[in-house]
Design a protein around this ligand. Structure first.
Ligand SMILES: Nc1ncnc2c1ncn2[C@@H]1O[C@H](COP(=O)(O)OP(=O)(O)O)[C@@H](O)[C@H]1O
Ligand SMILES: [Mg+2]
Length: 202
């Protein structure tokens, strides 16, 4: 599926580590799994998504197996480099790309090379959809004017939905579960993950 609708193959990609690729890949896969069969492709040699899902609540595959998975939705957690062959392949094969960025213009500017690579792929393959998504926004704070400006400078749209910095995401990682499994204390986190999923299909 490529025009509208939920992505069948979603790559979560950024040239940097620590922006929330694994966190968002796992949580989005958990949300997509409530809508249809979903698998997580762990393309990062660090294997943190595999570790996160070790209890088996979400099918995870790594290496070559990450590519031919039979599921309605596959989410690829990519290594933190545009040059990495797995990241390049994910970019070529995805029908949507999500780039988590921290809410600081400095971090965003570090992503320009990746944005160029995505734009180049989009010019070859116009059906490829791609967005930036702000992750780890401080609770209670709004995006700074400088960040709004920096987001506008980029040739990729930013989702209106943002993901806040919440201890519950770390709790979920520690417990090896998703925020959907953590009851009412995770309701706000679930709501923002749902908002990201809903906005991707508009
Ligand atoms: N929205 C968030 N709220 C709180 N902590 C977060 C959030 N997103 C990521 N983190 C934490 O930040 C660190 C880096 O996130 P991670 O998903 O591992 O990034 P990446 O996969 O891009 O390296 C981890 O410790 C993770 O638990
Ligand atoms: Mg990671």
């Amino acid at each position: 599926m490529s025009q509208g609708g939920l992505p069948a193959r979603l790559a979560v990609l950024n040239a940097k580590g620590g922006t929330g690729k694994t966190t968002l890949a796992v949580q989005l896969a958990a949300g997509l799994a409530r809508r249809g069969s979903t698998a997580l492709g762990d393309l990062d040699p660090q294997g943190s998504a595999t570790q996160w899902c070790r209890s088996g609540w979400l099918p995870v595959c790594g290496g070559e197996q990450a590519w031919g998975v039979r599921a309605q939705h596959v989410v690829w957690d990519c290594p933190p480099s545009v040059q990495h062959p797995a990241a390049q392949r994910a970019l070529r094969e995805a029908d949507a790309v999500l780039v988590p960025v921290l809410p600081s213009p400095l971090d965003l500017w570090a992503s320009w090379q990746l944005v160029e690579a995505i734009r180049a792929e989009q010019s070859r393959r116009p059906t490829l959809r791609a967005w930036l998504v702000v992750n780890q926004l401080e609770p209670g704070s709004a995006l700074s004017a400088a960040m709004h400006e920096a987001l506008r400078e980029f040739e990729l749209p930013a989702l209106r939905a943002v993901v806040r910095r919440r201890a519950i995401y770390r709790t979920a990682a520690l417990q090896g579960v998703s925020v959907y499994d953590l009851g009412s204390r995770a309701a706000a986190a679930v709501a923002e993950i749902e908002a990201v999923i809903e906005e991707m299909q508009t």
